[in-house]
Structures are given as structure tokens and as C-alpha cells.
Design a protein around this ligand. Structure first.
Ligand code: BG6
Length: 467
């Protein structure tokens, strides 16, 4: 099994997690600034200082066979208030970054929204407000035109499910609200609508590049596959996450089953999800011209039936075994014998990525291309005299790439893989001790050190063969 000659061996980043300079060079504030200040645990400054270090990072890409980079544009660097006046310094900055990408033979894959909504729009309801949808589409149109000669590959949003559920169900993203299912599904729908509108703007202008959306997917298995209640519990989560987003992406609509489950949960809380016919019309049109799916894939879930009180606890410290996810009327996420976990309780289950890829091919025959836009392992790397032996991460990535190749062999059109992350960076809810990078960062000196995984990744990218 070999990778295609034009396969992208990428590294992924996100503006707020790596740039630093969060309130400098004309950038406006975003939803996270105050939220993190209030929590007081950690801040995204200077993070990996990509704002200044990008020439070094892109050179490292070139040296280590990384031929694609996922970058997100910080909306508030372009429009400090989310809408209205532009910030020329921010606009120029991304021109410089894209030029540097070209210089090093690294293809930029650019995301417009990776969790960081400008603060004014956030305070006005974020994506629950139509104003944010309109402002997003204007910002997207601006970027398409401004960077049309430099960017071929666009993504509208990163992980609509993560944004919505972390904001309103898990409480780990700003606003920190918990168990509000109605708001979570309304936000998911509104972001899919904003995505669809941006796709149509892009296509109407006949730009030469491609556009899609990044979804986070997780295969959901019943904890006990012989128990009808567990089968239903797995189905609930699957419908609410995978089917909701995949149907919206590839068909531009939601199945009766999705609407039934989502509305039932909302009505239990006295809420209602509003999906207008005209929204679906726009989404259907966009689904027809959408070029690809970015799939972020980290783990699967084993779910058992649960009808008790809502009880979610996020393991943000790396103390194995501390996380809980029990959502009333949906299910409870379980550990599973024989399936290992990271210190943050993320299941390591690469076969499930194969199951998901195959499912997309079978269920949505109109899909065109898939990029694995994120996959990787959070780990407390040891740094000994400049040597970072991250064998567990190599093993994690190797096993996922193996199943990626198997999916390709089974006819799934996967065009590239982006390891999360290119270099170590700030983790939204875990801070700095959860590292993912191919390159280790000493946050004090901002020096970069290639980990064992970087040397390994380079060999794969050069030989196109999985070792
Ligand atoms: C993805 C996000 O959900 O997972 C990234 O797109 C994030 O931004 C990554 O950093 C890993 O998550 P975490 O919480 O371990 O940093």
C-alpha cells in the first residue's frame, strides 16, 4: 500500500492557537480573550508566536517533507470589529504568510473560522444571531477576493459540532453554558447556513480554487452491541453529530430522524430549533457545488443508554480517567476494554476512522474528495537534551495512516492528511502541557525542535510508503 504521488502530507494549525499577538497589530478582540482571562488558567499569548516565526515554521515544513499547511485566518485581524472597517496590517500579514508558503513549496489550506468569533458579534449572540451569519459571509467574500491569487483551497468553518456543543452543552468554550441542547443545534444549523451562503458566493464568482467545510466526526458504537437501549443511545449521538453534519454538507438537508431526535431533546427543555425552508434551499444549492469534506478524526465513542441527570466533566489536565459525559435522553460515553486511551481520555481506535470513511463513500455517493484535516495525539512530551522521543504519537499516526490507506484501497477518495498539529501550540481547554506537534516548542525561547515523529513523517512523505 502506497500513498499517491500527489498526496498531501500536511500539518495543521489554527490562528488563535499559534499566532500569539492576540491584541497586537490592529487585531480586534475575540470571544476567547475575556473567557480565558476570567478562567485565569492560561492565555493564548505568545503561544507559538507564529505571527513572527512563520518563516521558520514554513522552512521546517520544507525540510521535513510537509507539503501542505492548514492555516486559519483570524477574522478579527481582517475586520477588528467583525464587520465594517478593515485592518490593513492584518490583511498584509496573511499575504506575507501565503507568499512564504509558496516560497517553501507548502500548499496553504485556509479556514475562515476556527473557533474565534470577533467579540462584538459574539456578545451579540454569536452564530445564534443572523447578524453574525451576514458578517461572516461578508468577511468570507472579502477574503476570497483578496487572496484569490494565493489560496486555492478554502474551508469555511472548523468543527461545527465542537463549536456548538462546547459552547452550549459541555461549557468548555465561551459562553461556558451547559446542557442547552436547543442552542447547540440552532448554532449548528446556523453555521451550516453561513457555510452554504459562503460557498455560493465563492462559486458565483467562478474563482479557480476549491471550497468545503471541516467537520469533526466520531464513529459511535453501542457499548453493548446486543442491547437495544445501547444501540439506540449510539444512534442518538450518531444522528446528532455525524448524520446532522454530513447530511447538511452533502445533501443540504436533515433527515426526519435527525429532526425528530433533535426536536425531542429541545422540547424536553422547552426549546425549539428553527429551520426555515429558505435556509434549506440555500443549503441544497451549496451541497451540489461543495468541493470536498475536511474530516477531523481523533476517536470513536462507545455509548450506553442513560436517563439520569446531565453530568459532564471535561478532563483538561491529563489525569487519565477523570472525564464524564452523560447526557440525559442521549447516552453515556464509556471506556471500552481493549481500547486504549490518551491521558485526556481520548480513545485510540484507528479502525473506526476506516469505518467512517467507508460510510461516507456508501452513504453519500456524491461526495468528491476527503482530506483528513486533523488527526494526532495529545501527549506530555519529554524533552531530554533536545531529543524528544514521541514513539506513542508515531504509533498513533501510523495506525491511522494504515487505515486511511485501507480506505483508499476500498475506493474512498482521500487526498491528504494533516497531522494535528504542525508544531506544539496552545490547546483551548488544556493549555500548554498537552502537546501535539511534530515540532517541540520551548515556549520561553520560542525555539523549535523536531521530535522523533517529525523525522518519521519526513520519511513517509519522501518514500510514500508506510513504515
Ligand atoms: C480539534 C480542534 O478539535 O482538536 C483543534 O480543531 C484542537 O483546534 C484539537 O486543538 C485538539 O483538541 P485539544 O482540546 O486537545 O486541544
Amino acid at each position: 500500500m502506497k500513498f499517491a504521488e500527489d498526496f498531501i502530507f500536511g500539518g495543521a494549525t489554527a490562528a488563535y492557537q499559534c499566532e500569539g499577538s492576540t491584541r497586537a497589530y490592529g487585531k480586534g478582540a475575540v470571544s476567547w480573550d475575556e473567557f480565558l482571562e476570567e478562567k485565569g488558567r492560561f492565555q493564548a499569548n505568545p503561544a507559538s508566536d507564529f505571527y513572527h516565526q512563520y518563516p521558520v515554521d514554513l522552512k521546517l515544513c520544507k525540510m521535513f517533507g510537509v507539503n501542505g499547511i492548514r492555516i486559519s485566518i483570524s477574522w478579527a485581524r481582517i475586520f477588528p470589529d467583525g464587520t465594517g472597517a478593515i485592518n490593513q496590517q492584518g490583511i498584509d500579514y496573511y499575504h506575507d504568510v501565503f507568499k512564504e508558503c509558496r516560497k517553501n513549496g507548502v500548499e496553504p489550506f485556509v479556514t475562515l473560522h476556527h473557533f474565534d468569533t470577533p467579540i462584538g458579534l459574539y456578545k451579540n449572540g454569536d452564530f445564534l444571531s443572523n447578524d453574525t451569519i451576514d458578517a461572516f459571509v461578508k468577511y468570507a467574500a472579502f477574503c476570497f477576493e483578496e487572496y484569490k491569487d494565493e489560496v486555492t483551497y478554502w474551508f469555511t468553518f472548523n468543527e461545527i459540532w465542537a463549536v456548538a456543543t462546547n459552547q452550549y452543552i459541555e461549557g468548555t468554550f465561551p459562553y461556558g453554558e451547559k446542557y442547552n441542547v436547543t442552542k447547540a443545534f440552532q448554532a449548528m444549523h446556523n453555521m451550516m447556513l453561513a457555510h452554504a451562503k459562503a460557498v455560493l458566493v465563492y462559486k458565483e464568482k467562478n474563482y479557480e480554487g476549491k471550497i468545503g467545510v471541516v467537520q469533526s466526526l466520531e464513529y459511535k458504537y453501542p457499548f453493548n452491541e446486543l442491547k437495544i437501549e445501547d444501540i439506540q443511545a449510539a444512534k442518538n449521538e450518531d444522528v446528532l453529530q455525524n448524520q446532522f453534519l454530513l447530511d447538511a454538507t452533502f445533501l443540504g438537508e436533515y433527515s426526519c430522524e435527525t429532526l425528530e431526535i433533535a426536536n425531542k431533546l429541545a422540547s424536553l427543555q422547552g426549546g425549539k430549533i428553527i429551520i426555515r425552508d429558505e435556509d434549506l434551499e440555500v443549503m441544497r444549492k451549496a451541497a451540489k457545488v461543495n468541493d470536498y469534506l475536511g474530516m477531523n478524526y481523533y476517536q470513536s465513542r462507545f455509548i450506553q443508554a442513560y436517563d439520569g441527570e446531565n453530568d459532564i466533566f471535561h478532563n483538561g489536565t491529563g489525569e487519565k480517567g477523570t472525564s464524564r459525559f452523560r447526557l440525559q435522553g442521549v447516552g453515556e460515553r464509556m471506556e471500552k476494554d481493549g481500547i486504549d486511551r490518551t491521558d485526556w481520555d481520548w480513545l485510540i481506535h484507528p479502525e473506526s476512522m476506516f469505518d467512517m470513511l467507508l460510510r461516507i463513500k456508501l452513504q453519500y455517493p456524491n461526495y468528491k474528495e476527503i482530506y483528513i484535516t486533523e488527526n494526532g495525539m495529545g501527549y506530555k512530551d519529554d524533552f531530554e537534551d533536545g531529543i524528544i522521543d514521541d514513539t506513542p504519537r508515531i504509533d498513533y499516526v501510523r495506525r491511522h495512516l494504515y487505515y486511511l490507506l485501507k480506505a483508499v484501497e476500498s475506493g474512498v477518495n482521500v487526498k491528504g492528511y494533516f497531522i494535528w498539529s504542525l508544531m506544539d501550540m496552545f490547546s483551548w481547554t488544556n493549555g500548554y502541557n498537552k502537546r501535539y506537534g511534530l515540532f517541540y516548542i520551548d515556549y520561553e525561547s520560542q525555539k523549535r525542535y523536531p521530535k522523533a515523529s517529525a523525522y518519521w513523517y519526513k520519511r513517509i512523505s519522501q518514500t510514500k510508503e508506510l513504515e
